[in-house]
Design a protein around this ligand. Sequence first.
Ligand SMILES: Cc1cc2nc3c(=O)[nH]c(=O)nc-3n(C[C@H](O)[C@H](O)[C@H](O)COP(=O)(O)OP(=O)(O)OC[C@H]3O[C@@H](n4cnc5c(N)ncnc54)[C@H](O)[C@@H]3O)c2cc1C
Length: 386
Amino acid sequence: MSEPDFDIAILGGGPTGCALALMLARATHRPDRIALFQSDQAASYGYVPEKDPRVLAINHGSRVLLESLKGFPNVAAGIRTIHVSQRGRLGNTLIKHTDFDVPQLGCVVRYGQLHTALRQAVETSGVRIFAGAVAEITGQDSLCVRIDQDQNRVSAAMAVQADGRPGKLADRTYSQMALVTQAKSGLPRSGWAFERFTREGPLAVLPHPEASDQQSIVWCCSPVRAAELQALSADQFSGALTHMFGERLGTLTINGPVTAFPLTLNLNHQLVDGRIVAIGNAAQTLHPVAGQGLNLGLRDAATLAQTLKPWLVNPTRSPIGDLERFQQRRKSDRQVTVRLTDLMSRAFTTGLPQIEHAAGLTLLAMDMFPALRAPLARHLLQGLRA
Ligand SMILES: Cc1cc2nc3c(=O)[nH]c(=O)nc-3n(C[C@H](O)[C@H](O)[C@H](O)COP(=O)(O)OP(=O)(O)OC[C@H]3O[C@@H](n4cnc5c(N)ncnc54)[C@H](O)[C@@H]3O)c2cc1C
């Protein structure tokens, strides 16, 4: 068989695809044999990552990784304390950075600014970028990537699906939407993030990366309620938000558009199909409660880069054994994180007083006994590392 054009083709230049490209570039002396396909500038695609309204809570482990890759944005708001509570019931807990001896538990960044920082780092890494290319894998034996549905193809020894799409029907469609916006707070508290569980779904009020008196809001609620809230005026929306969150930060006044994201859970048990492997949201999508999706995707990318390092020395041999090892190494962390966030998203919305009360007592017990709080907090901070 003739030598393929590339050793590795990465389909999707979102945060996990870019982070993987950077780690692989460091693991090989031939970064030019890695290709990254980014559809985001394709006019036909209609999605501009720089304008994505999401803000992302990045945990301490992910921040350290992104900084080491020089892909961390200049603008970020630190989280030093996380306040977790349940609306209308007893029980709350505080997780503090001092509990773990770290300067911050994590931070909040804009998706667009993270994307730009990673993208700029890839541009100087030696990786070959196909910008504006909507790529698709054709053929398994001689793996080809078809670009923009035309005859333009390149071949690769293996491919990574990092396009953010799980490629199968959802395991669970949450009857929740996430409404994302920003609000000015009357009594700002620097470095505090709040996760408030309500009967409708979790409400996260996070520091805003660009202004200390602003909060980033992720409000999960039923699709019907989301449509009602979106139809409100800014003043009415602010009133409903302050009522739902309570007075901890004074009055919350929204001052940005409200964007709705449908929420689904997907967990691909089979990450590997021959010489094709999935990472990030292409491998799993999860509820945004506790901000775990990207953190998990970055751990996928880091483990894949580490597993492929020996193969990159001699990419003429088959990568299939290494890919299967990767799948095995990622199993526990993916399962635990997906199940934990699924449980957290639903435990407080059952409408069953016994379960909601038990969930509240769990928060209370975690607040009283650090030994109960530590494993959960540590997982959310760093995940399970293989
Ligand atoms: C409301 C909300 C809040 C969230 N908050 C958090 C949080 O606080 N913390 C956290 O860790 N996670 C959070 N997440 C999850 C996080 O956004 C995702 O896990 C993360 O964006 C996944 O990154 P990715 O690179 O795998 O996929 P994506 O971000 O989807 O990027 C995929 C990229 O691939 C490109 N692409 C798609 N198809 C092709 C193709 N055929 N060819 C080439 N390119 C293609 C796309 O244009 C896109 O740029 C949140 C999600 C939501 C919806």
